[in-house]
Ligand binder design. Sequence first.
Ligand SMILES: O=C[C@H](O)COP(=O)(O)O
Length: 225
Amino acid sequence: MTKMLASVNSVEEALFVLQENVDIIDLKQPALGALGALELAVVREIVATIAKRKPVSATIGDLPMHARLIFNAVQAMAETGVDYIKLGFFPADNWQSIIDQLATLTENSALIAVLFADQQPDMTIIPALKQAGFTGVMLDTMNKKSGSLNQVMTADEIHHFIDQAKQQHLLCGLAGSLSLQSIPDLRQYQANYLGFRGALCNQHIRTGQLNQYAIKQIKLALNRC
Ligand SMILES: O=C[C@H](O)COP(=O)(O)O
């Protein structure tokens, strides 16, 4: 079954989606970018409040591709006790050296690499992620105005991504301005989870308030996947 990841930015929102029984509670500050980070103190508070009732993931922010900066951010996030740490691979030519450095953290932390579908991501990196001990890889979009995942990538490209991730036994997720209407089409990929923020909010405004009806509809549609 394809699970539902819901991105939230506060203790209140985390409790709200917990009550709606989403599968993964993802901590992110949408106002700060595609993978905007929450303050570590807020992350710690949410981890304590959720108290293992659902897995919690968190992003480390839209950081420049500096290996030491990313290493430090991942290490600091790991200390909050989140179950998964999501880090974005933004366009750069040093992905391999970043992956190599992070390999020392994967023994104790579950890392999820986020590749950006609207930035022509280099999917040949997927075996290297596995070799370094990453737990998963997902697609998202960097520019939230560029359209949804299935508008910026062809079905063949998405299938290729899923195949590569599954061949490496990595958890694989899909996100990027997904909506309730995209779910029937996304079913074919059999991803481990689909991630949502904008579609969970009033008027699909990702920095706005969560909408209970929208969350329920998406959860129901995913139950049919
Ligand atoms: O990881 C999932 C994201 O929070 C997706 O955000 P979005 O639906 O606004 O593109």
